[in-house]
Design a protein around this ligand. Sequence first.
Ligand SMILES: Cc1ncc(COP(=O)(O)O)c(C=O)c1O
Length: 371
Amino acid sequence: MKIPLSNALLDEKDIYEVLKVLKSKRLALGPYMKKFEEMVKNYVDTKYAVAVSSGTAALHLILKSLDFGENDILLTSSFTFISSANVALYEKGNVHFVDIEPDTLNVSLNALEEEIIKTKKKNSRLFFMGVDIFGHPLDWDKILDICQKYSVEIIEDSCEALGSEYKGKKCGTFGQAGAFAFYPNKQITTGEGGIIVTNNEKIYQITKAMRNQGRTSSKWLSHEVIGYNYRIDEMSSALGYSQMKKIDKIIEMRNKAAKNYEKLLTFLEIPVIKSYVTKMSWFVYVVKLPKGTDINKVIDYMAKNEIETRNYFAPIHLQPVYKKLGWKEGMLPITEEISKRTLAIPFYSEITFEEQEKVAFYLKKALELFS
Ligand SMILES: Cc1ncc(COP(=O)(O)O)c(C=O)c1O
């Protein structure tokens, strides 16, 4: 049987909660959205949470709530999912990509400070989209120092890091607001969905109105600001609510799977976890192939043996849409070198040890053939 890259953990309790919604016929803006928001905000320990239709919608609304616009600059990594940067382009702003640390694959602190110093001269407002890549927290104390020093506003793209902790504090809570995403490959899923978490009442009020066509009161046809339909429906919220009940178990299962890979993949560069990470909530498991390996041949070979793998991430700055804006090969050497050899291998809460053994076995063979 094929071993997929990811696989949501869904059980009878999830099905029960979603069916309950269908039977109630209250399919939108109902009690489950509020319950789901309560659970997430209590879990990450913020004052407010606003559930929306996707992680991208969450990031977009956060930027809108901070009045990010045409003359503003968003600094972020190119080694992330494309939404981390795209949301700045939605608002006709500018994106400046910063190179990464080769070990954690998170943004490089030195490169970030250098880019801030360079860009500060342009007299623009600067924002940093801090991505906790693959669930591994950024070094937040240092990031906060740098951003405070140069008055850079912080948004935390924690879409891949629900449950991860930096020095005992949950990811998603380090910037003015944070975002989580719930596509089925994430730690918990709502099918499609996302959430904004914040301690800032203004951000809460604005994002809550903007997810619902700019409504600020219960009057259905009263619109105070330009908004969007970024609402999450009740089926998704009920699933999220039910999934949140098992978040601790999910994180534990994924940690166990990561430990198994650590034992099985001694012939490879496996993910690095820094000592400041007090809790790791694994999103995907990404290994680095040796330099010179033909990654496409490895992917094909694994697929022939019924194992799904993917080259995570292809740098954003080299995507056609960003190349048109002037980005080219050679601008972010570490990102470019690393991304040629980062491979996501099957990883999900219920992966069995036998499946992991099979992955390790064929990966070793693939390296013998294509390195
Ligand atoms: C780092 C990061 N940011 C943003 C998103 C966007 O989330 P969504 O796909 O729910 O819009 C994702 C989802 O894959 C992500 O991994």
